[in-house]
Write a protein that binds this ligand. Sequence first.
Ligand SMILES: Cc1cc2nc3c(=O)[nH]c(=O)nc-3n(C[C@H](O)[C@H](O)[C@H](O)COP(=O)(O)OP(=O)(O)OC[C@H]3O[C@@H](n4cnc5c(N)ncnc54)[C@H](O)[C@@H]3O)c2cc1C
Ligand SMILES: NC(=O)c1ccc[n+]([C@@H]2O[C@H](COP(=O)([O-])OP(=O)(O)OC[C@H]3O[C@@H](n4cnc5c(N)ncnc54)[C@H](O)[C@@H]3O)[C@@H](O)[C@H]2O)c1
Length: 457
Amino acid sequence: MKEFDLIIIGAGRASNLAVSAGKAGKKVALIEKSTLGGTCPNRGCVPSKLLLGYAHVANAIKESQRHFIDSSINSIDIKKIFEKTNSYISKIDSIYENKFNENVQIFKGEGSFISNNIVKVNDEQLTAPKIVIATGTRPIEAPHEKAWTSDDIFPLLGDIPKSITIVGAGFIACELASFFSGVGIKTTLLVRSQRILSNEDEEISAIFKDEFSKKMDILFDTSIKTTNYENNQFNLILENKDGTTKEHQSDALLYATGRQSNTDTLNLENTSIQIDKRGFIKRDKLFETNAKGVYVVGDASGKHMLQHAAAYEINHLGKILLEDCKEPLYFKYMPHAVFTEPEIASVGITEQKAKEKNIKYITSTTNWLASAKAMSTRLHYPVTKFLINPDNYEILGCHMIGPESSTMMHQVLAVMHINNDVRHIKEMLYIHPALSEALLPAAVAAVKEVEKYNKKS
Ligand SMILES: Cc1cc2nc3c(=O)[nH]c(=O)nc-3n(C[C@H](O)[C@H](O)[C@H](O)COP(=O)(O)OP(=O)(O)OC[C@H]3O[C@@H](n4cnc5c(N)ncnc54)[C@H](O)[C@@H]3O)c2cc1C
Ligand SMILES: NC(=O)c1ccc[n+]([C@@H]2O[C@H](COP(=O)([O-])OP(=O)(O)OC[C@H]3O[C@@H](n4cnc5c(N)ncnc54)[C@H](O)[C@@H]3O)[C@@H](O)[C@H]2O)c1
């Protein structure tokens, strides 16, 4: 039995904890069954955004007519795009390997529990007073052996498809559809209901639906009835909710229908660790599971499924384990962005959630056109929607759709983080005519709505 101060299962964001624990002189065992670095740099955030960068440029050329520029794309070397992306991915494992000092021992293999404090990897048994589970998630399996999930395109080996059908209407389906259609691969998105990005504020997802539908074929209320794969092609029968069917051909078929917990690989039945109905590990406010000394962080807890949330949690767990911090981590606000075209960014509650939870709010939706920079994009749909608590001007939610929404949102996040009052956004000085200036009329409108509400009541 090998003894350590700390065992970490899963070398995604928790690699950072291994680095800091190693630096603090702790003897660390880091267990990883795949490449070091986990989902984000190998098959998630980073490679998907690298791909979207190419689509962004292609879209700018395709849509240049809006700016009275007649241009066309001669060719897009999609093979090269994937070679570059694959090459980035191929370096991740060794980049991560070099981050650790001599106190960190890496075990390549699947970790599982023999008891609350003994972990097995390959033929070895390891023990430590503290064990961290950071095993993340994996895509829900595609129901046909030739169909892909997002894992199958990072890296993409083999031929580039000329057409692709993507099932799903969440972050991954929309971002990947944005890439494939952007670079000229015939893309069909299959959405089983009428809503796309259904967790976004309804007003924003309705704008998104209109704009996104202009860029590719989106079949709403549609599911796959039968799948046949012959001569390197999928022959699908698609079924609409009204019962009508139609044939559909596609070179590739990609499922992006959600992600599942990896905890089934951990032999948790040998421990007192409990899981919830969705298969994610339960924990207390200090990330500790039902087994003393065993912690769970990041996607493995099933809470946020975002890189920045996982990184934030793991940083805080470092304080608990290495600095004896006794304070729970409180996420005041959890922002996210969808890096499609159009781009969406969001923080706090949506209007639907506010209604559902009976929260008192006022709302204002303001377009960006008062900003010259926004005007210069010649796009009319970008808006900022605020939900404000009329009692104290607190920002309860902010939702944006438009170019660089994810960047614009940080200004709102800073105010929410330091002193959450929408009047700061109204009163601060803006560089004229930066894109961020589009937030000024949005804040002015929100403050006016609060005043109107308070006059009435
Ligand atoms: C296509 C895609 C795009 C994304 N884009 C974004 C984005 O733009 N922004 C954002 O915030 N988030 C994004 N995400 C989500 C983000 O990648 C995750 O939230 C984040 O990587 C979670 O980190 P983690 O360390 O908790 O888990 P992971 O990074 O998944 O790490 C878990 C590690 O544990 C390993 N493991 C699992 N079981 C075992 C076992 N039994 N033994 C040993 N090792 C094991 C896995 O191999 C993996 O390396 C995206 C995800 C995907 C799939
Ligand atoms: N920009 C980002 O921050 C980013 C990007 C990608 C992924 N992520 C993270 O990864 C997580 C997983 O993303 P995801 O898109 O796989 O999951 P998701 O839960 O966001 O979306 C899954 C989609 O698949 C649909 N669906 C489920 N079962 C289906 C079925 N049988 N047939 C048809 N459609 C079906 C759902 O209605 C939903 O639209 C997200 O929750 C997100 O946190 C984040």
